[in-house]
Ligand binder design. Structure first.
Ligand SMILES: Cc1cc2nc3c(=O)[nH]c(=O)nc-3n(C[C@H](O)[C@H](O)[C@H](O)COP(=O)(O)OP(=O)(O)OC[C@H]3O[C@@H](n4cnc5c(N)ncnc54)[C@H](O)[C@@H]3O)c2cc1C
Length: 349
């Protein structure tokens, strides 16, 4: 989907990328940095400005004590970096196998899957802020990673030039944190498996859900369209008993009220949202099944996964947005929970 780009630039190397970015970000016209385009919903009316396509390549590594620092240029394919690391016996990103897109986009939403996320291994990145064009090295503190978000996603506009990860030389993986993956590997959650087995199992699981780019029509998506909502304890408790809930903070301490005394409950109304819900469960239980489409629309819910919206061929951005809105409204009307879209919308309502 999408329309024409008025001015598309594809710099040939890192120096040119930085130069072109400084030029376009200092100008008056709208600009957009494009990686692999796997997490965007671009308007069908096109982009009246400059799109800077990042294709710089290269992976370097050096040993630093008991870790290996791996630096990849922003246009490198994320999955090629995972494959490179696994083939060299470097552990840390094997569970992030098969995520489409580029290395430079990985920190934007702190990519994650199967109990792992970029934040686990992130060391630093080279960044050019749009406001002053000065090359900077940003660390975890600057990036304020959260669940599918970062300071860049929250508005720190700029260009990611290269990303450095801290990996470990080991034939076995980081501990497996996701029960479905652990079952697939025949280990317990918290145990490890061989790097190659984890990569193979993750790719198989992802393929079964249409979540690796392939000729599977269900992979013509932006991956998960909605993030899993994180809500307060009160809202989570009000949901049906079988709704999956994943506490992201320790459970509140139980309060003992001796018989015959007045309970003195602390005011938790301002307590931070701390329970992650399953967006897929909420969508399914709001009555939207796999394969669902609005009449006459080429946008549909994936036939393998309720969280992905698929372009069945010729879908417009408006059709995708219309289906996303419909799903959000159904979930909100049923459970009172708002879903947040994960992809970046470009001039799309
Ligand atoms: C089938 C499928 C499965 C997916 N599964 C997952 C998953 O399991 N987990 C997950 O987290 N995501 C998943 N995604 C989403 C997507 O793969 C990631 O968000 C990925 O990081 C996007 O990379 P990209 O290069 O395609 O970025 P793009 O789509 O090109 O851009 C995404 C955003 O990043 C910005 N950006 C890109 N490159 C740079 C740069 N160098 N500097 C500054 N900003 C930049 C863009 O401006 C845009 O805002 C999936 C997508 C698909 C299609």
């Amino acid at each position: 989907m999408g329309g024409d780009i008025d001015d598309l630039r594809t710099p040939a190397n890192r120096a040119e990328l930085i130069d072109v970015f400084r030029e376009v970000s200092a100008g008056r016209r709208p600009w957009f940095v494009l990686g692999g385009g796997s997490n965007i919903v671009p308007s069908d009316h096109g982009f009246d400005g400059t799109v800077l396509r990042v294709t710089t390549r290269g992976i370097d590594s050096h040993v630093d004590g008991n870790r290996v620092l791996v630096t990849a240029q922003a246009g490198e394919s994320w999955d090629a970096l995972v494959e490179w690391s696994v083939s060299r016996g470097l552990a840390g990103i094997e569970a992030l196998s098969g995520i489409p897109g580029t290395v430079g986009a990985a920190p934007i939403q702190n990519i994650g899957a199967y109990g792992a996320e970029l934040d686990d291994v992130f060391e630093s990145l080279v960044f050019v802020p749009a406001n002053d064009g000065e090359l900077r090295t940003l660390t975890r503190d600057d990036l304020r990673f959260g669940y599918r978000t970062s300071a860049i996603k929250e508005g720190m506009a700029g260009l990611v030039v290269a990303v450095t990860l801290s990996l470990t030389e080991s034939p076995t993986s980081a501990p497996i944190r996701y029960s479905q993956l652990a079952t697939e590997l025949g280990v317990e959650v918290g145990e490890s498996a061989s790097l190659t087995d984890v990569r193979r199992a993750v790719l198989e699981l992802r393929a079964s859900k249409g979540m690796v780019l392939s000729d599977d029509p269900d992979s013509v998506s932006a991956g998960s369209f909605f993030t899993n909502p994180v809500v307060s304890d009160e809202i989570a408790r009000a949901l049906p008993f079988d709704a999956p809930r994943f506490p992201t903070a320790p459970e509140p301490t139980p309060i003992v009220v001796p018989l015959g005394t007045e309970p003195d409950f602390p005011d938790r109304s301002g307590a931070p949202a701390s329970v992650k819900l399953s967006a897929a469960w909420l969508i399914e239980h709001a009555g939207i099944q796999r394969g669902f489409a609005l009449p006459g629309s080429n946008a549909a819910v994936s036939s393998k996964h309720t969280l992905a919206i698929v372009n069945r061929g010729g879908a417009t951005a408006d059709e995708i947005a219309e289906l996303a809105r419909y799903i959000s409204i159904r979930v909100h009307d049923t459970f009172g929970v708002m879903l947040t879209p994960e992809p970046t919308f470009i001039n799309t309502d």
